[in-house]
Write a new protein. Structure first.
Length: 425
């Protein structure tokens, strides 16, 4: 087997919590050794030029619009965007048309994903049929077909009895359930977070308490069932104490947040800019800072893109009517660098949330620089400045809130299983 040596690298190791110069050796698609002293000989040598070498990003919650809406995003275009963004594993959502709620649909998705794209794809399946919150899917069969987790995405299961039964069944199989903490009665139809700004703009809004009420209900059900649970997006300060108590009490609970809620706030909507309309809506600056701190301390475990492609027709509408969501596979890393350059989070902490913790939660082997783990790597320059131009994005849809903004941090190369799948021009 051939060996490749990465020298003159700044190794970002989220497991050890270190950011230090060194070298990394790969052989046969896996990491063979790392070190800081004299480097061993290898068949091929890559000089990293003092740039950062980190585990590839494991992105939970990527929407790829196959089947049903291929004009918005295909596995091919999403895979190319992921590679360009340093994402080596996409964990895809089941909110497609139709929903991924049967082994047949899941197997179709698996075949399409692995044939079309250059990065790893791990699909999630729906928790209830059609994501309608009425009848549980065949969780065991779906796990056998390759589902890594179960979620109805932003369709909150309002029938608590159905959710309790699904959690109980998932617990018996050891399946991970990913939920969207929100009180659906309060949040339905909301486009912004309650407050002075939403009132002045006349935008229908939802209180941050809706998230708190949603997480409180889910935690109570976890106490009943003992299931494995992950909250897809915690975005408000009000929800954090409940999460902290649940973890302290030993429940099997983790939580994530999205890059948009970490780097933007409700005022970015400005004059009804629909590219800033996401779900849940952007929060206050105080909430944003609280969530950043929760990620720093480890209370919030994962950071993801929540990549949600929408076409121009569904975004070029009045704010209330416009579709929610933003593409973020290519902007996740440069947007995260805003937090690094602001001194809020260091690089090992960011990659703990973007790579190590998602891989651990899903039982995947990546997210590390340890010997024997897959050589899924991203080489990037955290300081390289550029102006974001959405027309250059590899995603079919271009709905990014960062269009025209000055950013820092570019991916130079991405490797999956030791093979280079992206190189910056």
């Amino acid at each position: 087997m051939t060996t490749t040596l990465f020298t003159n690298a700044r190794l970002i190791d989220p497991e050890a919590g270190t950011d230090a110069p060194g070298w990394l050796l790969i052989e046969g698609g896996a990491i063979k050794a790392t070190g800081a002293g004299e480097a061993p000989k290898a068949d091929t040598t890559v000089d990293c030029g003092g740039k950062c070498l980190a585990p590839g990003i494991v992105d939970i919650g990527v929407k790829v619009c196959e089947p049903g809406e291929r004009h918005k995003e295909s596995y091919r275009s999403a895979g190319l965007a992921a590679a360009a963004g340093g994402v080596t594993t996409m964990v895809t959502r089941p909110d497609t048309l139709p929903s991924i709620d049967s082994p047949e649909t899941l197997e179709f998705v698996g075949r399409r994903a692995n044939a079309a794209g250059p990065v790893n794809v791990r699909p999630m399946a729906a928790l209830t049929k059609g994501r309608e919150g009425r009848e549980m899917t065949e969780i065991g069969f779906l796990m056998d077909a390759g589902a890594v987790a179960f979620t109805d995405c932003d369709n909150v299961i309002s029938n608590t009895k159905v959710f309790q039964r699904a959690l109980t069944y998932a617990r018996s199989l050891g399946a991970l359930v990913i939920a969207h903490p929100q009180e659906p009665g309060l949040s339905t139809g909301a486009s912004a977070t309650s407050g002075k700004f939403a009132s002045l703009r006349g935008i229908p809004a939802v209180s941050p308490m809706a998230e708190r009420m949603g997480i409180d209900r889910d935690i109570a059900l976890l106490e009943m069932t003992g299931a494995r649970y992950h909250a897809d997006q915690i975005t408000t300060a009000r929800a954090l104490p409940a999460l902290e108590r649940a973890k302290r009490n030993g429940l099997d609970i983790t939580a994530g947040t999205s890059i948009h809620h970490l780097t933007l706030n409700e005022l970015d909507v400005a004059d009804y800019r629909t590219f800033f309309k996401v779900k849940p809506p952007l929060r206050s600056e105080e909430d944003r800072q609280a969530v950043v701190e929760a990620l720093r301390t480890g209370l919030i475990d994962t950071l993801s893109s929540m990549h949600t492609p929408q076409d121009e027709e569904s975004k070029r509408l009045p704010f209330e009517e416009a579709a929610s969501g933003a593409v973020a596979l290519e902007t996740l890393l440069p947007a995260a660098m805003r937090l690094y350059h602001a001194g809020d989070l260091d690089l090992p902490t960011l990659f703990r949330a973007m790579a190590l913790n998602p891989a651990k939660r899903l039982g995947l082997p990546g997210g590390r620089l340890a010997k024997g783990t897959p050589a899924d790597l991203v080489l990037f320059d955290p300081d390289k400045p550029f102006v974001m131009d959405r027309s250059t994005l590899r995603s079919k849809s271009k709905n990014t809130p960062f269009d025209g903004q000055r950013m820092q941090g570019r991916v130079l190369a991405t490797y999956v299983g030791g093979a280079q799948v992206y190189e910056a021009e």
